[in-house]
Design a protein around this ligand. Structure first.
Ligand code: EZ4
Ligand code: CO
Length: 402
């Protein structure tokens, strides 16, 4: 088999997605997600100008060799643009291999380790009462795990709180909108939120919370301790993780489980975190961590240190990424939980997919490949629109992490 073409498709059915479609001389094609929220066109250029020409004529079955060729061969390693481009190629090649074998992808990854993939949904509200109501809606939908975020008294807007309750979309403007942040207000408010949720719903649903990189290590330690009575499933992205050692301090102080990694690109970004067992869940995902080949390497490494997966699954990761992630989640022995932010009906229509939700779990389906396709004619109707994530400032105007 030979690769004959590699096409990059940009579409915006409500939000931007970049998709790579690899064609072969045997009528089998594969698709991979290459979306990097707010920096989409950089990956488009990387793929079109620098990767596609190197793929033509290669054997698509040589997945590992092509991965190494693109990673080592570029000389310039890692980074979100490079790794999203490599991920798209890798995902498309696994799709081709599984279609050629006439098997769902999870079979090629070793078969099922479980019946379905537990997912968590996003409950959020402007205040504690509204968030409690939203948690109730997810309980009714059968979710076993629910992330809870609430607006903070005295702050106009904060991460995780959306106007549309089912479809959270943080990339909300043509130029970055500005948020204001106060760690003091947040640290006082958040334990009250979880106390109220536990009072109402008891300890049955798993509860998760995303700090979104806003604290220092000692502040994260304090939050983790103050949340211990409410037994969270995890506290996510408590601090930025450029310094992996930061987690040593958090870990020494709290038994609240820790998750991090949605913006990591390689196994080296999480090496210390995993090897020193400083975290419980690794959130790297197919599209931003080099595809199935590299994410599987991370998960295998994590498995020997009792770290489980908790793959990122926000709306900016396309249904193609979700499909691939579900096959890996179904097969990985150390799967933990999968984030599931629902895509809009427009997005689902552009990306017909075999996966389905039922009673708290997602199932990848048994279609050969990863089970997600792209309707190119429909995709063309939704041209790219620039959209950026917000930025964050402290109350004195200084830039902070969003
Ligand atoms: O802000 O994917 O856990 N989920 C998240 C997401 C991220 C977006 C950024 O593009 O943190 O909502
Ligand atoms: Co997050």
């Amino acid at each position: 088999m030979k690769i004959t073409d590699a096409k990059v498709i940009v579409t915006s059915p409500g939000r931007n997605f970049v998709t790579l479609k690899i064609m072969t001389d045997e009528c089998v094609y594969g698709i991979g997600d290459a979306t990097l929220n707010g920096r989409e066109l950089a990956v488009v250029s990387y793929l079109k100008d620098h990767v596609a020409p190197c793929l033509i004529g290669r054997d698509p079955h040589q997945i590992e060799d092509i991965w190494q060729y693109l990673y080592r061969g570029a000389y310039w390693r890692t980074g979100p643009v490079t790794m999203a481009a490599i991920a798209a190629v890798d995902t498309a090649l696994w799709d081709i291999k599984a279609k050629a074998a006439n098997m769902p992808l999870y079979q090629l990854l070793g078969g099922k380790s479980r019946a379905g993939v537990m997912v968590y949904g996003h409950a959020n509200g402007r205040d504690i009462d509204e968030t409690i109501d939203e948690v109730g809606k997810y309980v009714e939908l059968g979710y076993k795990a629910i992330r809870a975020q609430s607006g903070i008294p005295g702050l106009d807007s904060t991460y995780g709180v959306s106007a549309d309750k089912l479809f959270y979309e943080p990339a909300d403007a043509d130029l970055p909108s500005e948020n204001v942040w106060s760690t003091t207000k947040y640290l006082d408010h958040t334990p009250r939120l979880f106390e109220a949720i536990r009072n109402k719903y008891g300890f049955d649903p798993h509860l998760l919370h995303d700090v979104h990189h806003r604290l220092t290590p000692i502040e994260a330690a304090r939050l983790g301790k103050s949340l211990e009575p409410y037994r969270l499933f995890w506290m996510e992205d408590a601090v930025p993780a450029e310094n992996q050692e930061s987690f040593r301090l958090i870990r020494q102080h709290t038994t609240t489980p820790l998750a991090v990694g949605e913006i990591f690109n390689t196994i080296w970004d999480c090496r210390t975190l995993i090897q020193e067992q400083l975290i419980d869940y690794i959130r790297t995902t197919v599209v931003h961590a080099g595809g199935i080949t590299h994410l599987r390497r991370i998960l295998d490494f994590a498995s020997i240190y009792n770290v489980r997966s908790g793959c990122h699954g926000a709306t900016d990761l396309s249904p193609v990424c979700m499909g691939a992630s579900l096959h890996l989640g179904l097969s990985a022995p150390n799967f933990g939980v999968q984030e599931y932010m629902r895509h809009t009906p427009e997005t689902d229509e552009v990306f017909p997919h075999a996966y389905s939700y039922s009673d708290g779990y997602l199932y990848p389906g048994d279609t050969p490949g990863h089970g997600v396709d792209l309707d190119e004619a429909l995709a063309e109707k939704y041209p790219y629109r620039r959209a950026y994530l917000p930025v964050n400032r402290l109350e004195d105007g200084a830039m902070w992490n969003w």
